[in-house]
Ligand binder design. Structure first.
Ligand SMILES: Cc1ncc(COP(=O)(O)O)c(C=O)c1O
Length: 455
């Protein structure tokens, strides 16, 4: 048994305190430990922002990708964020909650109404908001994806999917992808594939096999940039060798650096899962609800997963909401607790989600995402720069991959100074994810900023 020596409290015994410094910082988003960031702050922050940042750093535990923060904001509205110094930036990052931009009036109104009537629903009770949302998601997902559970965050919803897969198959092993991100909880980082989250943290979940994701530019199967889905065949190879894998978990489109597998990839993955009795779980937390031009990113692939996980923008950008949608046949665990989250059927969160779905339909954001995305790709592909190795995208999820991580970071800080915020994925990919409500002229202006900052 592991016993702690009475005097050796890990928070005090300095010998026990290790600073974890993963070598691979090319991750999820831009890290907060760089000299370029410090230089940007020296040049751009006013006194009020500095004071608030100091208090933030004083009271929050420091961690990569957030505290210490870059700057402080005072308002978020539509496509815009405004910082304490009055600088406005277009938000092409939005932590992927911003399909509708920030504070969409329809969402705000729906949330206020729910707050006035039913601010909370104890788990013993159901409520009209929750049932309406579950029915609507089931209808949207179609096929037999008709059973739903809600959770307050994506990682929790993914965790419910993992538990359900174990119960349904009687197998605990999983196959997931290196370089993937599925959330920050221990189960999610076990299937995730990023060192920043996994290193130095001790034992992760057992049986979590990892394979190479579909990433044609860095393919170990020699597809030389033209994916022939041999990476999907390798998933089948592992399924066959292991014999008892319960689930294959994939981000349908990897949002951190915009990886859009070819159609054949998912066809083969689906067939392999069927042959070997594994469930196919698609993580669409950041890409659902229009980001890729369709309600669900799996639609164009012509396959149906066993489960799909949504989150982020599901809460209309204002409320933490995530959902697991599963095949009806997976309703097999009535005597187990799969979720049991306090805010499981939040009327406020469900009201926000219903309003978000209304807006997506009424403002025709799905075709808008496709049309604006195609225009943006054409525009980005016209940029001539020796460091651009690829421009790719789907819907309004766009990527400019550079061969120079230093330049990618430099471009980010130049763009921030000129009014555009976005994420740098895997260290060298400029990921541009505009709100789907963006006006054409604003999108053009943003792409112009990118072009100027690249040269
Ligand atoms: C692909 C993917 N899965 C899961 C998550 C986790 O979602 P949450 O932060 O709501 O737990 C994220 C968050 O960035 C994500 O991008």
């Amino acid at each position: 048994m592991h016993r702690r020596h009475p005097g050796a409290h890990p928070a005090r015994g300095s010998a026990l305190i290790r600073k974890s410094t993963p070598k691979d910082l090319s991750v999820e988003g831009d890290v907060n430990l760089s000299r370029k960031r410090n230089a940007w702050q020296d040049e751009n922050l006013g006194a009020a922002a500095r004071a608030l940042l100091a208090e933030d750093a004083r009271y929050f535990l420091h961690q990569s990708l957030s505290t210490p923060c870059l700057s402080a904001i005072r308002s978020a509205s539509g496509i815009w964020l405004e910082d304490l110094d009055g600088r406005r930036v277009m938000d092409f990052h939005g932590n992927s909650v911003h399909q509708l931009g920030h504070g969409h009036p329809r969402v705000v109104e729906a949330v206020k109404r729910a707050l006035d009537t039913l601010p909370f629903s104890p788990r013993r009770y159901t409520n009209e908001f929750a049932v309406t949302l579950a029915r609507r998601l089931a209808r949207l997902a179609g096929h037999d994806l008709s059973k739903v559970l809600f959770a307050p965050g994506g990682a929790e919803a993914l965790g419910m999917a993992l538990k359900l897969a174990r119960l349904a198959t009687g197998r605990h092993k999983t196959i997931s992808m290196w370089d993937s991100f599925h959330g920050a909880s221990l189960d999610a980082i076990s299937i995730g594939g990023e060192a920043l989250f996994r290193s130095g943290i001790g034992p992760l979940l057992p049986g979590t096999e990892h394979v190479q994701p579909c990433d044609p530019r860095h393919c170990h199967f020699g597809c030389a940039g033209r994916c022939d889905a041999r990476c999907a065949d390798y998933v089948e190879y592992v399924l066959q060798k292991e014999e008892d894998v319960g689930a294959v978990i994939v981000e349908t489109v990897r949002s951190t650096d915009v990886q859009v597998p070819p159609r054949d990839y998912y066809r083969r993955l689906r067939a392999a899962c069927d042959r070997h009795g594994a469930l196919l779980i698609l993580d669409e937390i950041p890409v659902c609800l229009g980001r890729t031009g369709t309600m669900f990113a799996f639609e164009p692939y012509g396959i149906v997963p066993d489960m799909v996980v949504l989150g982020k923008g599901l809460g209309g950008g204002v409320f933490p909401m995530a959902a697991l949608i599963a095949r009806a046949g997976l309703d097999i665990a009535p005597e187990r607790a799969l979720g049991h989250y306090t805010h499981e059927k939040s009327p406020v969160g469900c009201a926000a989600a219903l309003a978000a779905l209304d807006v997506i339909e009424e403002e025709k954001l799905l075709p808008r995402s496709r049309v604006l995305g195609e225009r943006a790709l054409v525009r980005l592909r016209k940029i001539k720069h020796q460091s651009i190795v690829e421009v790719r995208g789907v819907g309004l999820l766009l990527a400019v991959e550079l061969n120079d991580a230093g330049l990618a970071e430099e471009v980010l800080y130049r763009c921030l100074s000129r009014g555009l915020s976005f994420k740098v994925g895997q260290g060298n990919v400029l990921v541009l994810a505009p709100p789907l409500i963006i006006a054409e002229a604003e999108l053009d202006r943003a792409l112009e900023i990118v072009e100027q900052c690249l040269s």
